[in-house]
Design a protein around this ligand. Structure first.
Ligand code: SF4
Length: 351
């Protein structure tokens, strides 16, 4: 598959509903999960896409697009429930072929309409009843155990909505990590949160057993941050830099990552140079195309659309070249979104 076809798939999406998919939630969502050319790919579901998944093949304008595509089977752990009767599927989801992902607190102090990140729909999956608001550590441990035993998952991602406390949600994350590690000690876990006000919290997360951390800024341009993330942009870039530095000290080089979203209006050359600086300080810049989906303010109010494919490809290629140059690769991360790579094309171009 050419890189440009992979970029087109990431931006135009696909028609059809494969067995593993998600609707609403934190981060990129409304997608179907596949193996494309043997690599996990989370592709937006778009009823108007020229790409159609017919169950076996991807067709483009009625012609076989010639891609090596496999849909990922519904995992067996989805059929289990907790002792209280909560379906495991509402506690954590399979992402790609082998990642177990959960949002440990599905609410966010920033979700007020004038504060929320305009690309986020974290509370929509809660409203639709497809998840529960707060995941109990013991339930996550049971789900992780089952997902490893029944479905062979190899890593776990735990994210959280931001809490009102100064830990910004990290304390509950630490409790969840501790419980999962007690049940499945060898399972690598990445935690994701905003920079905690007290940087010692980063050590608490590592001590709890987290193997990697994502501290996601999404954009390095303050104007873009204020426009797209009015609440989150009140945490300054200086606070992000301090948290990244501390995280690299605690977790190690390349076990810290951040999302950078292409398509929010940031100058591509500035994003590339910012991503290179992050990589040089030990933080993996996970380049992800902005994904418009219903249920977000970006689409419902702003009518935002997917970015220009040429820009996605240029940013991904130039950042991947730099990562290669300095010997930083997604494959060396113990766990996390960048290690998974399904929401990005960075790994397709060598990142
Ligand atoms: S990159 Fe992250 S959000 Fe996307 S499928 Fe992988 S683990 Fe899930």
């Amino acid at each position: 598959m050419t890189v440009s076809t992979r970029v087109d798939l990431a931006l135009l999406g696909i028609r059809g509903t494969p067995p593993v998919n998600r609707t609403g939630g934190a981060g990129p969502t409304d997608d179907g999960h596949f193996l494309i050319d043997g690599r996990s790919a989370a592709i937006p579901r778009n009823p108007n896409s020229p790409f159609v998944f017919d169950g076996d093949r991807v067709m483009y304008d009625g012609v076989d697009a010639g891609l090596q595509v496999e849909s990922i089977a519904r995992p067996r752990f989805y059929d289990l429930t907790t002792d209280d009767g909560v379906p495991f599927e509402k506690i954590a989801k399979l992402h790609g072929a082998n990642v177990l992902a959960t949002t440990v607190v599905q609410t966010c102090i920033r979700y007020r309409e004038d504060q929320r990140c305009r690309f986020c729909s974290i509370e929509e999956s809660l409203r639709s009843g497809s998840t529960v608001a707060v995941k109990k550590p013991a339930d996550l441990a049971a789900v992780a155990r089952a997902a490893v035993d029944l479905d062979g998952i190899t890593q776990m991602v735990m994210t959280t909505g931001t809490s009102a406390g100064t830990d910004r949600g990290a304390k509950h994350l630490a409790r969840c990590v501790r419980a999962v590690k007690a049940a499945v000690p060898h399972l690598p876990i990445q935690v994701q949160c905003e920079p905690p006000a007290d940087l010692a919290t980063i050590t608490d997360l590592r001590d709890a057993g987290a193997d990697a951390i994502g501290i996601h800024v999404e954009s390095l341009d303050d104007d873009v941050r204020r426009r797209w993330m009015p609440g989150k942009s009140t945490v300054s870039l200086d606070e992000y830099r301090a948290a990244w530095r501390e995280a690299v000290r605690v977790f190690g080089r390349n076990q810290v990552s951040t999302y950078l979203l292409v398509g929010l209006g940031e100058d591509p050359d500035e994003m590339i140079s910012g991503a290179k600086e992050l990589a040089d300080m030990g933080v993996y810049p996970f380049i992800v195309p902005f994904r418009p989906h219903a249920g977000t303010l970006a689409v419902d109010v702003d009518k935002a659309t997917a970015p220009d494919p040429a820009i996605v490809e240029k940013v991904s290629r130039e950042v991947a070249t730099h990562l290669h140059l300095i010997g930083m690769s997604a494959a060396e991360q113990r766990a996390g979104c960048a290690a998974c790579g399904a929401c990005s094309v960075l790994q397709n171009v060598g990142g």
